[in-house]
Design a protein around this ligand. Structure first.
Ligand code: ZN
Ligand code: ZN
Length: 640
């Protein structure tokens, strides 16, 4: 996605098109089959000997929406002494194909062009070659191309320069990017006469900012961004997508807000870039705003933006809206389908997810491996063991997809949860890929669920050997002992953890109010309203007690690293977020909370009661799935 943000377009007119009026039939082709028919008739009538006719055929098969690179290559090879236009066409087709081998082929074709010596490369040749070097990380070749640029006197061409800089930036050689930047920016400033020059300056600035973002040097990127004499929408998009893709979700959204205060309105790319960050934080209000903004400003909700919206709505807890958006996308691609299926799975709507999967097949869309992760996890959440087994086999034997570790993980989860522990363990033993800790943890969780100590110990030992400093295996094992009431064993595990200085991942929850994200950690005392929140928590505890609710002590004991604070006052972050939500919103407002870990049994049970006592819908997204609490019940039916 990053590359699409800072993509320096070979602007549509950068490769001059031959006057298509000469061969209007070619431009009118609607498929590669049409083209081959036309091609055949050109050969029959001898028209193919007209270099313009051949060039048109080449252009269509290389760069049109219906391009087919192997065909284009054959056409090119049959050309007698192709001119510069045709060389540029075929090089660009290979360079921008998106596959490494093809890109390298583009570089080789460029070398061949130079060797032939019949035609000189021009300003349209280099950007494609540089793109190929960038995409394949071939900085040595890129440097040689740089030499050629100088040799052919094109080092004053801003389009070529920006592509050179981008090549160095993508390859991570920021010194070279920077020296080109300094050289050209300074020269440019001295040449600024009208506003126009300024624009090319912005492109160079953008490449620099993008380079630092790619390196993960956000401070430097931000500093440069702030120093920019003038910004374009691309400048903003680079920062927003950079933050979003590197896990700085809050920064991405803050930047998006900041952008709205300026004069440059967000565009299609901005929305596509910020939506994943919104999804991750569960910031439904911001997400809704983005959706509305697109509709109001005539930004087309196509398959890409639509898929991002579906993902956002389902991850922000509003599966109904996700379904609505899905229904309105005219041309759904495989990502659209997989966003919908994944969303339904996340909400535990297994039957609908499977139904959606079937409709996808009927629509003739070949499912991707991501789609299978969606359907398999749907089966796992709903305990549909047989369906899951069949889908898994179908994926391998009929569709011909190689299962990834995630698919094996889904299967272990599915079998384990449903109580087929032996089968799950055998499944792991027979996996062709090395099982990772996620898979063993899934089995360990299942051992706890079905109270199988023997296997649990075995699995935990394995895990501790694999990732000795990860708290997961210890916590899992102590959960298992605790569920059996074996406190001595729990204490043993704790001691071991302390000896090895292993700490549990801190729990963290978010709640969104009026577009602002509030973040809470265990025992949060730093919030400006900490006092009010605390009395609300006490009120909740009191009301729960009146309902004869006893805190699940097995869970309380799990917060090993917080044991000093261990008492009735010990609240998990999601409870704090709920208390804050209750005091900050008007009665009846649903509360939406995102939690970074899985919700524990005690919190789950309390949430059910809180939803009943306070007559609120509470939607909690934990690391695995959604829980919709309403009137004392949860959508997961306590199977999670
Ligand atoms: Zn909890
Ligand atoms: Zn639940």
């Amino acid at each position: 996605m990053n590359s699409s943000v800072i993509y320096i377009p070979n602007s549509t007119n950068s490769i001059p098109t031959h006057p298509s009026s000469l061969f209007p039939q070619v431009s009118k082709c609607k498929s590669i089959r049409h083209l081959t028919q036309l091609h055949a008739s050109f050969i029959k009538t001898g028209q193919i000997h007209d270099p313009l006719a051949a060039a048109e055929i080449l252009r269509f098969s290389s760069l049109s929406d219906y391009r087919e690179i192997d065909y284009a290559y054959k056409v090119f090879r049959r050309m007698h002494r192709p001119n510069c236009f045709s060389w540029n066409t075929i090089i660009r087709a290979f360079a921008e194909n998106g596959e490494d081998e093809k890109a390298i082929m583009g570089i080789l074709l460029f070398c061949e062009m130079l060797d032939h010596g019949f035609v000189r490369p021009n300003m349209f040749t280099f950007p494609s070659v540089l793109k190929a070097c960038a995409e394949t990380g071939r900085v040595e070749e890129g440097k040689q191309v740089h030499g050629m640029v100088v040799k052919f006197g094109l080092d004053g061409d801003e389009f070529v320069i920006s592509n050179l800089m981008r090549m160095y930036a993508v390859c991570g050689v920021m010194e070279d990017t920077n020296s080109l930047f300094c050289k050209n920016i300074v020269e440019d400033v001295s040449r600024v006469i009208d506003g126009k020059k300024e624009e090319s300056n912005i492109v160079l600035w953008n490449v620099m900012v993008d380079g630092y973002v790619r390196q993960g040097s956000f401070n430097q990127a931000r500093k440069l961004f702030d120093e920019m004499p003038q910004r374009s929408v691309v400048s903003w998009n680079v920062m927003i997508s950079g933050y979003a893709q590197n896990g700085n979700f809050k920064e991405a959204i803050d930047m998006f807000y900041e952008m709205q205060m300026g004069e440059l309105p967000p565009n299609y790319v901005t929305l596509v870039s910020v939506l994943p960050a919104i999804s991750r934080l569960g910031a439904l209000e911001v997400g809704k705003w983005v959706h509305l903004y697109a509709e109001k400003n005539g930004i087309e909700i196509d398959d890409v933006l639509g898929s991002a919206l579906i993902d956002m709505y389902s991850k922000c807890g509003s599966i109904e809206k996700a379904i609505q958006v899905f229904g309105r996308i005219p041309r759904k691609n495989v990502i659209t389908w997989s966003a919908m299926i994944g969303g339904l799975a996340l909400h535990g709507r297994a039957i609908e997810a499977l139904d959606c999967f079937q409709r996808m097949n009927q629509a003739g869309i070949k499912p991707s491996d991501v789609v299978y992760i969606g359907v398999l996890s749907a089966c796992s959440h709903a305990g549909l063991v047989q369906e899951g087994r069949e889908l898994f086999n179908h994926m391998i034997n009929v569709v011909g997809l190689e299962p990834r570790i995630e698919h094996y993980g889904c299967m272990v989860d599915l079998l384990g949860r449903a109580g087929f522990l032996k089968e799950a363990e055998e499944f792991i033993m027979n996996m062709p890929v090395k099982p990772d800790d996620v898979i063993w943890k899934a089995l360990l969780g299942a051992c706890k669920m079905h109270q199988n100590v023997e296997m649990g110990k075995r699995v935990a030992k394995k895990l501790m050997g694999m990732t000795p400093h990860d708290s997961g295996s210890y916590v899992g094992l102590s959960n298992l002992y605790a569920s059996l009431g074996n406190w001595e064993a729990v204490a043993g595990v704790r001691l071991k953890m302390r000896e090895m200085d292993i700490r549990k991942d801190p729990g963290c929850s978010w709640i969104e109010l009026d577009g602002a994200i509030h973040e809470f950690v265990v025992e949060d005392e730093f919030h400006p309203q900490a006092k009010e929140i605390h009395s609300m928590l006490e009120e909740i505890s009191e009301k729960l007690r009146l309902l004869d609710y006893r805190p699940n002590t097995t869970q309380v004991l799990l917060n090993m690293d917080e044991e000093d604070k261990e008492s009735a006052l010990h609240y998990h972050s999601e409870k704090i977020a709920v208390a804050f939500g209750l005091i900050s919103t008007s009665p009846g407002t649903p509360l939406r909370i995102v939690k970074n870990l899985r919700v524990c049994e005690d919190c789950h049970a309390s949430m059910k009661l809180i939803s009943k006592i306070y007559k609120r819908r509470i939607v909690v997204r934990d690391r695995k799935r959604f829980h919709h609490f309403k009137n004392g019940l949860c959508s997961c039916n306590d199977y999670w």
